[in-house]
Design a protein around this ligand. Structure first.
Ligand code: MN
Length: 303
């Protein structure tokens, strides 16, 4: 469900959409992307906001599973998650650190909260669609503990990927996209943005207003091309992610953990995972690998 575009005095309309509820590895999540009518924002094609889980809630436990054609971006506000992948990486992820895995032709990974059940978890997992130039390439992994920070009046911005307000992240970016955490205090903030980018604002704590629109956790505000400033207002401490980029030039096909260009590619990618063909390597995790049935178009018809 989404409200129609609302005209705002200082630029193109802002579209507010509702996230869908989902469950990932035992944790409730708000899925802001993809959603009906809005598959991508720049190269961003998936956005899950998980938690905050209460200390009594379930821990995050996601066993080994494959990815193709995308980058996973894991970003935490609270808690700690252990990332393991088929490249041999074993990396704790802590708040304010960028965990970036590039799948290319194939990789697998597992994610689990450390400290067992009762550990708090609050964060996001985002996917970036890879362009045709790199999507069949080798898998890679990066973890960044030092990221550029910009202090604006009323807002502290951590640049996760791409560039914003004159700061550039060292993280790998295969397309012209950006991601940043906005930690807003009381009052108003103006952020210069690239009018050649479309943007999305995902609020994770508190409430953020853009013009007459109020954005809460569970909403994604879509900001169309053509704005050069974003005016944000908050009544108290609030946190949001700003995602953006040049509109992704190619239509993508997504199913389960794969981003591709055709259903045939996805059928093949999934057959390789199901057969443990070696395409995705192995992950040194005690969790069981995750298997799901074939994609709907590859299922045999009911008798
Ligand atoms: Mn994953």
């Amino acid at each position: 469900m989404s409200t129609g575009p609302m005209p705002t005095p200082d630029g193109p309309p802002i579209e507010i959409g509702e996230s869908r509820s989902a469950d990932v590895g035992g944790l409730p999540v708000r899925r802001a992307l993809p959603r009906h009518g809005r598959r991508t924002v720049g190269a961003w094609c998936f956005a899950d906001h998980m938690g905050p889980s209460s200390g009594d809630g379930p821990a995050l436990n996601i066993g080994p599973h494959p990815h193709v054609g995308l980058q996973t971006v894991t970003w935490l506000f609270e808690g700690e998650v252990l990332h393991r992948d088929s490249l041999g990486s074993e990396q704790p992820i802590r708040p304010g650190q960028l965990n970036l895995m590039t799948a290319g032709h194939g990789v697998s990974h597992s994610e689990e909260t450390t400290g067992g059940s009762g550990a708090r978890a609050h964060g996001v997992q985002l996917w970036v669609a890879q362009p045709s130039t790199t999507r069949d390439g080798a898998a890679t992994f990066e973890h960044h503990t030092q990221l550029p920070v910009a202090e604006l009046r009323g807002c502290r911005i951590t640049i996760m990927v791409g560039s914003l307000v004159g700061e550039r992240s060292p993280a790998r970016a295969d397309t012209d996209h950006l991601g940043a955490e906005l930690a807003l205090q009381r009052g108003t903030t103006t952020i210069e943005i690239d009018p050649g980018h479309e943007h999305a604002l995902v609020v994770t704590t508190g409430l953020v207003r853009i013009g007459t629109s109020t954005i809460a956790p569970g909403n994604l505000a879509y900001i169309a091309l053509g704005r050069d400033e974003l005016h944000l207002a908050v009544d108290g401490p609030s946190t949001a992610l700003l995602l953006g980029g040049s509109p992704f030039p190619e239509p993508i096909t997504m199913w389960w953990n794969y981003v591709a260009r055709s259903t045939n590619e996805i059928t093949d990618a999934h057959a390789d995972w199901t057969a443990r063909s070696g395409r995705y390597g192995t992950v040194a995790s005690s969790l069981d690998p995750i298997d799901v049935g074939p994609p709907p178009w590859a299922r045999s018809p009911n008798p």
